[in-house]
Write a protein that binds this ligand. Structure first.
Ligand code: HAM
Length: 437
């Protein structure tokens, strides 16, 4: 049997049900905030990420799935969505003299060392806003993410860290100062940090190595290099977060692994998933549009890692995944198989008509009707109904056909009763707490 590729995981039905709930919730909130959905390709020219994410980042240096297509072009599976998003909006003229707020969802690919919460194919939902200079949009993006946690019942399990990297110039000045300080101590640095001293020195701040951290304790500090304008932007953001009642901690070592950030960076972190604690991350990237060939334009955004949010949701809400089947339709005798199929479909339609159309996209408001397939005597069918974990088994036989009422068995409490089709629909709506007004 051929196995799945390492780091590429299957999301099986039980998990996929939880996934659907989470994704629906997130999509709904994106729409509440009036962000527009956008779909982006999985494959892009490698150059897009090299220029966008940065040549010296781990992602571009060693984590991309890169291939040559038949024309000899170098293509890469997208390791993230921001560069693609900029490319798509720019290429389609949607950044010209206008602002944009968009969101996207889909798989990203990074050749990382797989472990729980870290995969080579993982799923991100990202939001990006273009054309806004002030900290109000940074705050809105953070509020948007905070709203996910609230809606998913995870607000107690995540915390927010924020930092400012200042303007591009401030960051460059700090970079030089850090290199000047660390260069004479290069031999004492861990291997990764020594390499990063040449390629991406700010990332050394992220090192988990104790000796490197000890060296950093007396190194120049980023906040000393932040210019006044950037400070004002940062102070503006923190004040807005205070006004919105969003708690945060400031962390001047938060630098992020992608090169395009300026000013605000932030991460939502959970302590429930061990080392893979970052569930959502982002920041401002004012230079990226220009770097990719467009006109200078401020921008900010974030992406959450759905695989990690799913794991966290599983830890916090162990049983909250809804049902696979709600109603199981059985028939007494093969001659009633077609009747059963028609009845099942009438029930689906009658219930769907009564469900508020705005709620139908949420899993919780979809009543799932499964009709017995493949015949079998009634005992066998009832057994299947039980195995499906449905709440109700609906039964039609010769008697039911004649009287026009259905036999309903509640599989949870074993009670059986006779109900007309329309009354059964009411009963289900009531039991599922569906407001059918
Ligand atoms: P990132 O921090 O590289 O940022 O990824 C964002 C989130 O994706 C992480 O916080 C994490 O939850 C998830 N993630 C990343 N790598 C993996 C992995 N190997 N397995 C599972 N989950 C993972 C970005 O990608 C930026 N494009 C975010 C952004 C948007 N900044 C501005 N706009």
């Amino acid at each position: 049997m051929v196995q799945a590729v390492r780091g590429m995981r299957d999301v099986l039905p039980l998990e996929a049900r939880r996934w659907r709930q989470i994704e629906n919730t997130v999509h709904q909130i994106m729409q509440q905030f009036a962000y527009e959905e956008i779909h982006l390709p999985l494959l892009e020219f490698t150059e897009l990420f090299a220029r966008g994410v940065g040549e010296a980042t781990d992602i571009v240096e060693k984590e991309m799935y890169t291939l040559a297509d038949r024309d000899g072009d170098s293509l890469s599976l997208r390791p993230e969505g921001t560069a693609s998003c900029v490319r798509a909006l720019q290429e389609n003229g949607l950044l010209y003299n206008q602002t944009q707020k968009v969101f996207y969802a889909g798989p990203m690919f990074r050749y990382e060392k797989p472990q729980k919460g870290r995969y080579r194919q993982f799923y991100q939902i990202g939001a990006e806003a273009f054309g806004y200079t002030g900290p109000d949009i940074d705050a809105e993006l953070i509020l948007l993410a905070a709203e996910f946690w609230r809606a998913l019942g995870l607000e107690e399990r995540v915390r927010l860290e924020v930092n400012t990297l200042g303007s591009y110039d401030a960051r460059q000045a700090y970079r030089s100062a850090l290199v000047d300080y660390l260069q004479p101590h290069a031999a004492e640095l861990d291997d990764d940090s020594r390499r990063r001293l040449k390629t991406n020195p700010l990332r050394i701040l992220d090192s988990k190595n104790a000796q490197t951290q000890a060296l950093l304790a007396t190194a120049p500090q980023l906040p000393e290099f932040i210019d006044d304008e950037s400070q004002a932007h940062y102070a503006g953001l923190l004040a807005l977060l205070d006004d919105l009642g969003i708690s945060y901690t400031t962390n001047s070592n938060l630098v992020r692994g992608l090169d395009y950030y300026t000013h605000t960076v932030f991460e939502w972190i959970t302590d429930d998933l061990g080392a893979q604690g970052a569930v959502c991350a982002g920041g401002r990237y004012n230079g990226l549009v220009e770097r990719l060939g467009g006109r200078a334009m401020p921008a900010a955004g974030f992406a959450m890692g759905l695989d990690r949010v799913l794991l966290l949701h599983e830890v916090v809400h162990q049983n909250a995944v809804g049902s696979a089947v709600d109603i199981y339709v059985c028939h007494a005798g093969d001659e009633l198989a077609s009747e059963a199929q028609q009845l099942g479909h009438r029930l689906r339609r009658a219930i769907a008509r009564r469900v508020d159309s705005s709620a139908t996209c949420g899993n919780t408001h979809t009543v799932k009707v499964r009709v017995n397939m493949g015949g079998g005597n009634l005992k066998k069918q009832m057994k299947r109904a039980d195995t499906s974990a449905a709440t109700w088994a609906v039964l039609i036989g010769a008697e039911e056909m004649q009287s026009g009422v259905l036999t309903i068995k509640n599989l949870r409490d074993g009670q059986q009763r006779q109900l007309a089709e329309a009354d059964f629909v009411e009963h289900v709506l009531l039991a599922k707490h569906i407001n059918s007004d």
